[in-house]
Structures are given as C-alpha cells and as structure tokens.
Write a protein that binds this ligand. Sequence first.
Ligand code: T1G
Ligand code: NAD
Length: 698
Amino acid sequence: MAIVETEKKGEIAVIRMDNPPVNALGHALRVGLERAFAAANADAGIKAIVLTGTGKFFSAGADISEFKAEMKEPFLPQLIDRIEQGSKPVVAALNGTALGGGLELALGCHYRVASKDVRQLGLPEIKLGILPGAGGTQRLPRAIGVEPALQLITAGSFIDAQKAAAAGLVDKVVEQDLLPAAIAFAEQQAGKPPRRIGEKKIEPGTFAADAFHKAKMQIGRHPSGPLAAKAAIAAVEAATELPLAEGNQRERALFRELAASPYARALQYAFFAERQAANLPGIGGDTKLREVNTVGILGAGTMGTGIALAFLNGGFPVTIVETTQEALDKGVARIKDTLSANAKRGRITAAQAADRLAKLTPSLEMADLGPADLIIEAVFENMALKKEVFGKLDKIAKSGAIIATNTSTLDVDAIAAETKRPQDVVGLHFFSPANIMRLLEIVRAEKTAGDVMATAMAIAKRIGKVGVQAGVCDGFVGNRMLAAYGGEVQAMNLEGAMPQEIDGALEGWGMAMGPLAVSDLAGLDVGYRIRKERKLTGEAAQNARIPDKIVEMGRHGQKTGAGYYKYDENRKRMVDPEIEALIRGEAEALQIKQRPIPADEIVERSLLRLANEGAKILEEGIALRASDIDTMYLNGYGFPAWRGGPMWQVDNVIGVETAAQRIKAYEAKYGARWKIAPLLAKLAADGGTFAALDAKKK
Ligand code: T1G
Ligand code: NAD
C-alpha cells in the first residue's frame, strides 16, 4: 500500500499518511506528500484539503534514522512552506501523536482540528540535541505566544489536545469521529483565503521584554547539554525580529550547528540504544507474554515502597507485605505521602492519587501474595533471608506467576534454586527512588524462561521504565561497573583528590551528581554492609578504609546529616574539614604521597574504569550490547545523555586506541586494577569499535 493516499470526499481531498510505525517523515513520505498536494492543488474539483495520519500517529516527526545520511529532496522545511503557500485551505486532522516535524507540518497547514484523545503534541527536538528545524521555532510562537512556545521547545515536553486548544495551537477538539468533523471544517473554509500562521507578525507588547533573558537564565544544567537550549531560545527570538523566510534561515543555521555537535550525535544514539535494548536475541516479538494484571511486593522498605508506587502509577493493583505492623504502617505512610505530594504538585489529580491508594492492599500475611501474577521480593540484602523467603514464595505463588527478586548484588541462580520453578524466577533490579529512576535491570538467570524475559520487558514499558537485560554476576552490569568506578574514586581520594574536587570535576563534566555525593544520598551504610559481607582484601580493602571509617563514625550520609559532606536542614551539602583531615591521615598512615589531581584526570580515570569493566562484561556476555550498558548508565546512574555513555565516549570521543593506551599507562602506574579488558585490547589492535561489535549482533 502507498504510504500516502488521497481520497476525494466531494470537493475535499483527504490526504492520508501511512508510514508505520510512527509516520516518520522519511524521504519516501515526503515525496508522497509533495505529489499528493501538487495533485490536489491542481485539481479544479478540489476546494480544500484535509491532511491526516493513521492509527495512533499523525507523525512523530522527521525520520531520525536518516540524520546520519545526506538528506534528499524534497526537504521538509520547503515542503511545509509550499503547503502553507498553497491557495486552497488545508486542515490538519490530528488523529494522534504529532511531534517535531510532524507538528511543524501541522503548523504549516492553515487550520488544525484534533481528536479529543490526542495526548502527545510537541517539539521535542531538544531531547535529540537539536532544535525544531522545519519552521517550528518561527510558527509556534506565532500560534501560541512567545513564552509558551519557549517553554514547550526548551523543555521538549508534550501537551494534549485540550491544552493545545486552550493555547491556540488547535482550532477545534473533536469529541466523536475526527475525519467527518475535519471534512466539515474544511468545507466551511473552502473558497476563503487560507490563514497562514507564517504571515502573522509577533507584536512587541505580546511578550515580556526580558522573556529571552529570563529563558537563558533558567537553562541551568539542561539535560540536553550546553548548546541546544541556548540555540532554541535564539531561534525563537529571531521569530520576533524577522519575517518568516529570514527567521527560517536563522533557524536552519542554528539547526546545522547543533546537528554537527557530538552532543546531538550522543542523544540520537541514546534514542535508538534505548529502543534496541528491548530486543532480546532468541525471544521473538511474537512471544506469548504471561498475563500480568496484579502485583505483590514483599518488603515495604526504601525499595518496596518505591516499586509499589511505580506499579500503582502504572495502574496495577498492588498487595504489599511486611513482617511487623510498624514497618507496614511506615511503608504505607510513605506511599500515601508521595501520592499526595504528587497531587499537590499537580503531577497527578487528587482523584488519581485516591484511586491509586485504593488499589494498594497492605498485609502482614505472605499468603496474601498467592493470587498475584507477579511477585517482587525487596527484603534485606542477605542471601540466607532471600533463600528463606523464596522457599516460602515457591509454595505460595500460583502456577505461572513470575517471582522476581530486587537484589542489587546477590546470585539470582542461587535464589532461584530455592524454588521448584526456577524458570519463573527473574531479577527485577529497580533503582532508588524506584518510582522515579527509569532504569530496570532485568537479570536473566540461567533457567529464566524466554516468555518471562519478554513479559518483564513489556512490564517495564507499561510502568514507564527502560528495561535492559543483564546476566548473573556480582553486581550484574550496573553495580559491577559502579564498583570499579567507585574503587577508582576511593583510590583518587587517597591520592589527594578531596570529595568536592572529585564530585566537582564529574558534575562539571555533566554527571547529574558526583559519586561521593551519590553514596551519601543512597546511604553509606548500604555499601558498608555489602563490603563487610564480602570481607575485602588487598587493594580493595585499602581503598575501602576511608568510607568504612566514615560509617564507623556514625556518618551514614544524608540520612544522618553527615557522610563525605555535612548537610544542613535543606540537605545542602557542605565540605567538612574533618573528612579532609581523615583522608589525609589515612594516606599518611598508608604512606601514600598525596598530590592535587586535575579535573581532566579525574574524569578520564572514572570513564576508563567504567568502560574497561564494561568491556569485560560484554565479552563475558553479561550484557548483550555496548549500547545496553550506555542505556543503563544514562537511565540508572545519572550519566549525562548528551555524553552518550561510557562505551560511546570510548568509541566517539576518547577513541578506542587512545583508551587502550591510556589504560595500559595507568596499569603500568597503578597495577592490576587497571588490567585492560582483552576485548578492548583486541578492538584497539583491530581498529574496531563497540558500535561495530553491536551492529554484528543485530
Ligand atoms: N524517526 C525514526 N524512527 C522513529 C521515530 C522518528 N522520529 N520515532 C519513533 N521511531 C521508531 C522507534 O525507533 C521504534 O522503532 C518505533 O518507531 C516505535 O517507537 C525537522 C528534525 C513517538 C513518543 O523526537 O519520542 O522532527 O524500535 O518504541 O514508546 O524539526 O518514539 O520498533 O524499531 O518509541 O510509543 C522529532 C521521537 C524528530 C519523537 C512513540 N521527533 N519519538 O513512543 O514507541 S526530529 C521526536 C518518540 C525532527 C524537525 C526535526 C517516541 C514516540 P523500533 P517507540 P512509543
Ligand atoms: P530496607 O531495609 O529499606 O527494606 C527492607 C524491608 O524488608 C524492611 O522494611 C524489612 O522489614 C522488610 N523485610 C525483611 N524481611 C522480611 C520478610 N521476611 N518479609 C517481609 N518483609 C521483610 O532495604 P531496601 O533498601 O529497600 O533494599 C531491599 C532490597 O532492594 C535489597 O535486596 C537491596 O539490595 C535492594 N536494592 C536496594 C537499593 C537501594 O538503593 N536501597 C537499590 C536497588 C536494590
């Protein structure tokens, strides 16, 4: 079937885009549109045109997969200009999502009518490190005003049909059948001169004189990096100073600058990497999923309550079980408080908060988890306890239920072996706070069934998480790399880099939060318990001396008001000379001559330890792809998306060969902890990259 079809309805031509899965405006679709509009405009019997999409999508915008190649004519901006300049009124019938170039196409049309069910209208290009490049920065402020346009474009957020109508972006919201309503709307416009947004002048008094200055001041640490937001603001500013054609030229110049930046390439890589992670070799997209409509959670502590919130927010009824009434009440109160806080902040309505709380069933009886389709265990990180509760869950859970553990480090095979149904056991490793963090590390144990993996991946999507597969080893993928990264940070601490210097260097480079501040947030006692359980020796024991001493001083981090830093009542962190003295004292005791460590070196050593451990994990098959590792670090460890991830950094910024040389230099200086991963050494020798390796696995 052609991807553009035209149907005549009396004097109205209905042009329909049909380019699954999301009507991305790739070359073929652009060609189809150009031909369809030319034919409709040339047809004397046609008085007006309706443009619409298919299924849930009007259009998700330009085809991102075309960005790497040379763009072919017709170019989208010019196609949209020609549609706007057409003599016959064009009505965009928004049947579903219209994003980026898709919304720009609708803005080039003369009128927009939307189905009441449309939820996603926006210009999210900034999330790809670029800006709207087909007239969006010029037409949107003309349609809805300067400040609302600035907000929508710099945040890359979506609005629904109702909000769009209130903002003036949509002329009519249709409660019933969209197409007949759009055709009727077009018939009313037939014969009248079209209303071209592009010709509208933005009058000075219609926006605050300091709107652009304010917008620049509000950028701060933008999740798309240092360039995109500034450029987007400049483009919208041009719309207030220049007529459309010149404004569009300014927009395109800024677009080209951004598109060439490594940050845009990193963000576009991250877009596809996230989607690739859902593809599991050997488990086809047609795998029959297990039915999961009810969820049971064992343990209502930090993670159990966060996980319960994630599922309640996803519309699931949840039963949560604890050992004591006190612990249960504490957990339920935390869930209640979070829901009402979200309602207060307008993230959800009060009705939604009440509805979600009504779906929560607290209990002290493990047997009440019996009816659940999915049970997630989140009790203390202790192997004996995990084995004990899995033995019990095996007897309680119904046949076909999925039994998952939220362990962050323990052997899932050993836990599964406590049941007679290891094929139904999987690791579902959430990240704290579990109702916020997007990453879900799905740990595939030796006997985990394919349909359990596929179901877990689908559940991740249903609760708004990014599911990524990991194999069983100590710390799986994310925490194993974190241990290597953390070990290097502790070594740099002893060598003379103070906590504020290490965190400052990595935050300056883009990390959401430095590693020592993160440990204070997560709780230093969690790591301490894990280290004591492991009985570290040698260099690992040496590097753990400082964090162990801090914990033994009763400083567990933010929760005790002090850890590596001191915290005021607003949890603002402050450097503590007592910790500096402790670190210098430890170094002296270990006869380590301290030196200032430059920020670049701190960043390089952190990145290379992460990537080197990542390479070991890849060659052991614990991670399926290098891009999965990057997706994990972007969604679970505060790694900046505009930096792509540790593996992407080695491929695209540091360079594989240079990385190998640097690692060997560090090994010569610091010894075994820097032993290069054989895979990385081989890639460097063969001129290979992690991306090429991933491509072979597709
Ligand atoms: N181009 C190419 N492929 C796309 C795509 C796009 N714009 N959008 C989605 N896909 C693919 C995706 O990779 C996946 O493929 C499948 O469609 C389903 O997507 C000039 C230059 C629309 C909200 O930023 O945000 O316009 O993995 O799994 O969860 O100004 O996709 O199945 O093989 O994400 O329902 C601006 C990007 C482009 C929107 C749907 N547009 N897309 O989410 O499904 S730049 C965007 C999304 C631009 C102009 C500029 C989401 C979605 P596969 P999915 P979903
Ligand atoms: P927590 O101490 O906050 O909560 C554990 C809860 O389990 C407690 O409330 C305890 O009363 C309850 N519990 C213990 N035995 C039980 C039993 N037999 N039946 C029912 N409830 C029982 O711990 P947490 O931080 O929520 O960690 C839970 C699990 O999640 C651990 O395996 C941990 O490694 C993992 N995890 C923690 C984090 C984190 O950042 N805290 C992140 C990911 C995974």
